[in-house]
Write a protein that binds this ligand. Structure first.
Ligand code: OXD
Ligand code: MN
Length: 597
């Protein structure tokens, strides 16, 4: 692509781009304008140099395949740092490095890393351009794959640049693939400088800097300063037959079904009630208190970066439709007809194909250790525009976002947590969020059943000391006249033989319906030591045949299990030493008292 003129007039932006070009030494600088024409040229160039592979354009128009390096397939938390002057400010939940040392270390890898390459300048907005919720970033990258993904995941182009030229602030995001060497890979965040430096990776979560790096780590830092919340949450609207839509925001750790829930279709048994689900977001929510004293939320992203394996017409029919066009697939299997496949996709397992590493593949292939070789990587992904989604909310582009009636936390707990319970109040709800945890399954590396604490599903994403984050959540509650109610769900409770008690997926709407009725004070509930648990008769089970024993198990609160859980919560809280808010220790003690009463 021909180098284009500097369209920027903002001195800070011009000087920064020039400084970074001096460091990285690209042959060219190209400004991304967000136009379809420029996108086509980039696609053609990326196909030509093998960065992406064009898929069957008849069956999958506008779709491409990308393969990452084999040791660059997921977020690298151990190479991810928050760099602040004081170590205390990042807390025990983050890796810390002094900014001066971090700039030096990463700078050594960035030096001349773009030789022989083009540096692309991507001005992007997280959130609708011009909304007071939104934040502007500029990413410099030497990867066309990154540019093409950013064009889907964020709002890119001239309007954004105009805002910067008019004096708007922006997050400075620098990325280079460098040599894609895991030993020379660093993901650095400098919240005090509003800056991100990522080098040596080509994997989405490490390099699409608008996503986890800006919209969660840097944004959570800014949100604390500016009194709002940046959260790892889906946002969905539930419309009743009268047309009234109620919105909820829900935080689950990765691989606990946020994307599927955000696009839920009603189960057969509830169809008569005429609910419709509207998707606002599947991964990140930015929430602010408005003049009505309620919490409002936007999804800062404009695309989904979803996990492919397990996505099919049963688990997520709307996503299956969404990814039929203008989608970039990463590390999936390529079928002989130029379409794609992954474990758990619709239809027959293909007889042959090219696997995620570019090798010939057929079912049943095993590696040298006798382990089955998958066609797609377990963390293979698709990047696809939200606007493709048949359930996309009409309020997606509204500057004001949507009002949130309920905040829902969730984890994967085989034994402990009931299907759903409601916190007594905001402070108790913050305690519930701060004690969130998920158990490993056989599908994950590590000891089965081992609990990893993941408060508010933000452990890998909170850009500062989590004790301060908990304090911030408590403060936000004080700021609201009409705070949302807080709930906890667990779709993953099992019986003694390890079988799931709850069918999940579409049937989760039954639980969401109960949550909404509680928000509208329509029904009562059982007060238990951990919170309000449904009267079983209040959850609409039409069309679901679950025995009384199963239902009782789903909603049981076993005091001995909770007392045991409190020991692990205490160990976690103690990591934050004297920074841990006393209000959460009080909630802890109150829970002990209630359990022992
Ligand atoms: C994640 C993701 O890792 O959304 O949480 O990609
Ligand atoms: Mn996520």
């Amino acid at each position: 692509m021909k180098k284009n003129k500097f369209p920027a007039t903002n001195k800070k932006l011009i000087n920064w781009v020039k400084d970074m070009a001096r460091l990285c030494g690209p042959d060219n600088i190209v400004w991304i304008d967000g136009s379809a024409k420029q996108q086509r040229v980039l696609e053609e160039e990326a196909v030509k140099n093998g960065e992406i592979i064009s898929l069957n354009q008849k069956k999958l128009p506008g779709c491409f395949l990308h393969r990452t390096a084999i040791d660059d397939v997921a977020r690298t938390e151990h190479l991810t740092f928050i760099c602040t002057k004081k170590k205390r400010d990042v807390g025990p939940n983050n890796n810390w490095m002094r900014p001066k040392l971090a700039y030096k270390k990463a700078g050594d890898i960035f030096r001349n890393a773009m030789r022989g390459r083009t540096m692309y300048v991507i001005p992007f907005s997280m959130g609708p351009v011009g909304s007071e919720f939104s934040k502007i970033g500029v990413e410099l990258t030497d990867s066309r794959y990154v540019v093409l993904n950013m064009l889907i995941m964020t709002r890119v182009g001239k309007d954004v640049l105009k805002q910067i030229n008019n004096g708007g602030d922006f997050t400075k995001c620098l990325h280079s693939k460098a040599e894609l060497d895991i030993n020379r890979r660093l993901i650095m965040h400098f919240p005090e400088d509003n800056t991100i430096w990522s080098v040596g990776s080509g994997y989405g979560g490490n390099v699409l800097l608008g996503k986890k790096c800006l919209s969660l780590r840097i944004a959570s830092f800014l949100a604390k300063k500016e009194m709002w919340l940046a959260e790892h949450m889906l946002i969905m609207g539930i419309e009743d037959p009268s047309g009234h839509v109620e919105y909820i925001a829900a935080a689950f750790p990765s691989a606990c079904g946020k994307t599927n829930l955000a696009m839920l279709l009603p189960p057969e048994g509830l169809k008569r009630k005429g609910y419709r689900i509207w998707t606002v977001g599947d991964d990140i929510a930015w929430l602010r208190v408005d003049s009505d004293g309620a919490l409002w939320a936007i999804n800062p992203e404009s695309g989904f970066f979803g996990v492919a394996p397990g996505t099919n017409s049963q688990t997520n029919p709307s996503m299956v439709k969404t990814i039929k066009k203008n989608t970039i697939f990463t590390n999936v299997l390529r079928k002989p007809d130029g379409t794609v496949w992954w474990e758990g996709a619709d239809g027959q397992v293909p007889k042959e194909g090219v696997d995620w590493q570019g090798r010939p593949w057929k079912p049943g292939l095993r590696d040298a250790d006798g382990k089955l070789i998958t066609g797609a990587h377990p963390n293979s992904r698709f990047t696809t525009p939200v606007e493709n989604c048949p359930t996309v909310s009409f309020r997606m582009e509204q500057h004001h976002g949507v009002p949130i009636s309920a905040v829902v936390f969730g984890g994967r707990r085989a034994h402990l947590a009931p299907l759903v319970y409601e916190a007594f109040n905001w402070q108790h709800g913050v305690f519930v969020g701060s004690t969130m945890a998920s158990e490993r399954t056989a599908a994950q590396v590590g000891k089965i059943g081992e609990v990893r604490r993941d408060p508010m599903a933000m452990l890998p994403f909170c850009g500062y000391n989590m004790a301060d984050y908990f304090k911030h959540w408590l403060k936000m509650g004080k700021k609201m006249k009409n705070p949302p109610k807080i709930f906890h769900v667990n779709w993953f409770r099992t019986d003694e033989s390890g079988k799931f008690l709850w069918p999940g997926f579409r049937d989760n709407l039954r639980v969401i319906e109960w949550i909404i009725e509680r928000c509208n004070n329509k029904i009562g509930a059982n007060k238990t030591p951990i919170g309000f648990v449904p009267n079983i008769a209040d959850i609409d089970m039409t069309g679901l045949k679950l025995s009384k024993t199963i239902l009782e198990k789903l909603f049981a609160v076993r005091k001995e299990d909770w007392l045991e859980e409190l020991k692990s919560i205490s160990i976690f809280f103690k990591k934050f030493k004297k920074d841990m808010p006393p209000k959460l220790w009080k909630e802890y003690r109150d829970l002990v008292k209630r359990l022992k009463a």
